[in-house]
Design a protein. Structure first.
Length: 163
């Protein structure tokens, strides 16, 4: 039973989620290409936009690059430059820095949206729900950094093999 749950959560579910994601994106592009852009709140108020937007976007882009290169770089390739322990330390450090920047940025944007009356009135419920879901997911990522820091290098190496 444990093997079934493990396979379900960490093998089948990620593939199903990515398939649904790409199906949704492609369907939306084909059916209504103009609906992919977000409504900008920048025109209603610029206060907090610069710091929050920059911290969130730079942080999240760097976290994405770190996940992509960290998980999908073959072991024999990164061993030419560093050990697994060094890669783990680099991932923990950079993930902490850029993950925290993204979390702080999205908190600034959420507070800005909730405190500014013009933004709150013009926000749809799904706008706020999306920001809260992103914040929740990023906080889980920050918590996972502590789990990675407390686990062995072998467990970290197995993550790359899984990916």
């Amino acid at each position: 039973m444990d093997n079934f749950i493990n396979n379900l959560l960490f093998t089948y579910l990620p593939h199903i989620a990515m398939t649904l994601f790409w199906f949704g994106v492609i369907t939306r592009i084909v059916k209504s290409p103009q609906s992919l852009q977000a409504e900008s709140s920048q025109f209603l108020s610029k206060k907090g936009q610069r710091w929050g937007g920059n911290l969130f976007h730079y942080g999240i882009v760097m976290v994405f690059i770190g996940h992509f290169t960290g998980l999908f770089t073959p072991e024999n390739l990164y061993h030419l430059v560093m050990t697994t322990a060094t890669k783990r330390a680099l991932a923990i450090t950079m993930g902490s820095v850029f993950g925290t920047a993204a979390v702080v940025g999205i908190i600034i944007l959420l507070v800005r949206r909730m405190q500014n009356q013009r933004l709150r009135i013009n926000s749809k419920p799904q706008d706020i729900l999306l920001i809260v879901l992103l914040l929740f997911e990023m906080v889980l990522g920050i918590i996972a950094i502590f789990t990675t820091a407390g686990s062995s290098v072998e467990n970290y190496a197995e993550l790359g093999a899984w990916a």
